[in-house]
Ligand binder design. Structure first.
Ligand SMILES: [Mg+2]
Length: 366
């Protein structure tokens, strides 16, 4: 089977999350959930969908798919996804091994797994060797940054009403973390993600102040995120488990962060580190090393579906990350919206999703 067309689509969908919109690192307000969908056609009439990481501040992902990846991949045989992707990674290696080029390849890889499953009439999780026992997966409500104790309290109350049993904050202060713990009580697991914000000294000081709040993990406390030695030193100095990995670009990065002793929980992302192919290698590596893995999946499209298949195929228990926000429209329909805090593992052929192309067209940005 040959690839005949690869089309990137930049999507920006408005959302509400029960509080003021958070600020982006660029200084502007985040008003939409953005991503790059990748639609792939083959000469056998099969269509596959993938997703590549690409915020509005990162239009370069779309450009790379259109100008670099598509010209290289259209016309190529896609029956052996591993061989094709290896060749593309090799040809593009001088553009960066952890970069928008890898985001672009991730979307193509996910679409090819969707096509492979459709060709065989099997879900991706079965292609990965799943026993099919996991029908649904517990989602954790990953809250956007809320900034004040009042907003944290209000959103946590809504989260509990919707049936979630695990909550992650994107805060950077003790007061807002304390507010979440107070609202949730002792019973509900609470995680804190700072998105790479502190120096090692600041992180140690903050970790000590955060220890009383019984955090399940502290995620990406340090900038730069690839200072694995500093992260390992922090991990040794605090009782809070350390999580990181969404900014890893490839399987060798995953090995480096684990071998450095930097993480208790590793978080590879299928739309950032090479799609289903590379993310599955990372999950298998973590399993063999006895390191807990929690794939990074706060997406609403094919990237979320890829995450559900990967987690569905993992032998151990694992949560799925879900950004706690209500989109103006869901491109995957109801399957991408947790029910009572759980998401279904799709069981149709390929990714088992139906992409609503009318919604995609409505929210597509030129
Ligand atoms: Mg994170």
């Amino acid at each position: 089977m040959k690839i005949t067309k690869i089309e990137p689509m930049f999507i920006a969908i408005p959302f509400e999350h029960g509080a003021p919109k958070p600020m982006l690192g660029t200084g502007s307000t985040r008003g939409t959930m953005d991503s790059v969908y990748v639609r792939v056609e083959t000469d056998q009439g099969l269509v596959g969908w993938g997703e590549s990481f690409g915020f509005a501040c990162c239009p370069v992902t779309h450009y790379i798919i259109e100008k670099l990846v598509a010209p290289m991949a259209v016309g190529r045989d896609c029956d052996d996804i591993g061989a094709l992707m290896f060749d593309l990674h090799k040809r593009l290696q001088n553009m960066g091994r952890n970069s928008p080029v890898i985001f672009a390849l991730s979307g193509l890889d996910i679409a090819l797994w969707d096509i492979a499953g459709k060709a065989k009439g099997l879900p991706v999780h079965t292609l990965l060797g799943s026993t099919g026992k996991k029908k649904t997966i517990e989602a954790y409500a990953s809250l956007l940054r809320l900034e004040t104790a009042e907003h944290v309290h209000n959103v946590c109350e809504t989260v509990l009403k919707r049936g979630y049993k695990h909550v992650k904050l994107h805060e950077r202060a003790v007061e807002t973390t304390a507010a979440a713990r107070k609202t949730l009580g002792e019973k509900y697991p609470l995680m804190l993600d700072t998105n790479c914000t502190w120096t090692p000294a600041q992180a140690l000081e903050m970790a000590k102040k955060l220890e009383p709040y019984d955090l399940t993990w502290l995620e990406e406390p340090l900038f730069p995120p690839d200072d694995y030695a500093a992260l390992a030193a922090l991990r040794a100095a605090t009782s809070i488990p350390i999580a990181a990995g969404e900014n890893l670009g490839n399987i060798l990065d995953v090995r480096r962060i684990v071998e450095a002793g930097a993480v208790d929980i590793v978080q590879p992302d299928p739309i950032k580190m090479g799609g289903v192919t590379e993310c599955w290698k990372a999950l298998e590596y973590a399993r063999k090393k006895g390191v807990q893995a929690e794939p990074h999946t706060p997406w609403y499209g094919p990237g979320l579906a890829a995450g559900l298949h990967l987690i569905g195929a993992m032998p151990g228990e694992c949560l799925v990350e879900y950004y706690f926000a209500d989109l103006a429209a869901s491109p995957l329909g109801e399957m991408a919206i947790p029910k009572n805090g759980r998401l279904q593992v799709p069981d149709g052929p390929g990714l088992g999703i139906s992409v609503d192309e009318k919604i995609v067209a409505k929210y597509r940005v030129a």
